[in-house]
Ligand binder design. Sequence first.
Ligand code: NAD
Length: 432
Amino acid sequence: MSDPRETRGVAPLMSLNAYENALKQFEQAVHVLGLTPDQVAMIKDPRKVIELNLPVRMDDGSIEVFRAFRVQHSVARGPAKGGVRFHQDVTLDEVKALAFWMTMKCAVVNVPFGGGKGGVVVDPGKLTLGELERLSRRFFSELALDIGTETDIPAPDVNTNPQIMAWFMDTYSMHARKHSPGIVTGKPLAVFGSKGRTQATAQGMVYTLEEAIKHLGMEMQGLRVAIQGFGNAGSNSALLLAPKGAEIVAISDVSGAYLNEEKIDIDAALSWAAEHGGRLTGFETTGKAKKMDDPMQLLELDVDVLVPAALENQITVENAPRVKARLIAECANGPVTPEADAILNDKGTFIIPDILCNAGGVTVSYFEWVQNKTGYYWSEERVLEELDRVMRDAFRNVLASALEHDVPMRVAAFIVAIESVTRTSELRGLYA
Ligand code: NAD
């Protein structure tokens, strides 16, 4: 495992298992709702877990075998839906957690999907483009009988992108012997993607952040923001927040964290990353920010808003007491452990939980799927207008539940989701 805090020995190992953490969050809401054991049994565990070993021909002629997973957590509210992650630290438990959160997320924003997730244990940075394509196609062809436009619809996640989605779509379409654009979302526009999908996760975060700011009596103008992760979710968050008057004082990616107390020139950071293989490596040499000694300190900066947009388990019992942000907008899935949650709740930190905050991605994926099914493609204005409505409605719903039950926003989001999944499951009943 590469989590630096494990080697420092400061956070209990238990709290870094994403699936255990997901179940702890679930149980908090189950307790408030007083669900029966039968109700819990119907919605808790994943419906299907697929484990694969993918042989791939490497450029030097050798064969390498990559471990991979696809988890379909729930199909109660619709086909399983969720991204595919390519990362060297992927584990089955991580994929199970991410699939579980997808079920809850789709229910929070009321899009008609269940939850799924996929992962391949690989550092894609070490593959050539040809190897990456062969691995992507092999993964999708092995899954061909378990996925479908009405069964399970993958999408991008960490280290997967629109090009990989295009390979997925092509592989499935060739197997099915028919044009099947709705098999995967997050595709390039030229391959039947949706306008607005690239920035959808960040855009959804911005809509929920605007609602949270209104609720807390704060203002966007002059808000000091730190963003961890500068990929799809993180860089688009910076891009969308800066023109609204927020001051992005720190950004980070795998290369390190970069700080400018005045504010970071986001256009310069984006251009730098675009010219340096998508990474911020060396950004400090532009003189526009200094590199922080410890990238984890970004999470402890004296800012108004923290946007974790990298990986799970970033805020733990170890660093939570030092987190100063008034508001945390979780673009990443599972960035705060349940133990850290308790500390932050005691401090009065307002958290927009992942299953609400980053649901803009799956919402526009749903719009993409609808467009693929109908063959009629929407304007960007329509996508944004509908996303705006979905995200703000979901925020208000969750906030109302938080106030009604006197619980934090995360528990409230789970309450909204669990009520919805349980209602549908009970009405459908057991088939056999
Ligand atoms: P990405 O691969 O585009 O970007 C990930 C970023 O995180 C990269 O900049 C990477 O360098 C950085 N990173 C990785 N490890 C880091 C570390 N230890 N410290 C700092 N930065 C680190 O992935 P993404 O799609 O932007 O996903 C980021 C998070 O958002 C994930 O938790 C993902 O599940 C979640 N999410 C993404 C979407 C989506 O539509 N892409 C939707 C919902 C949630």
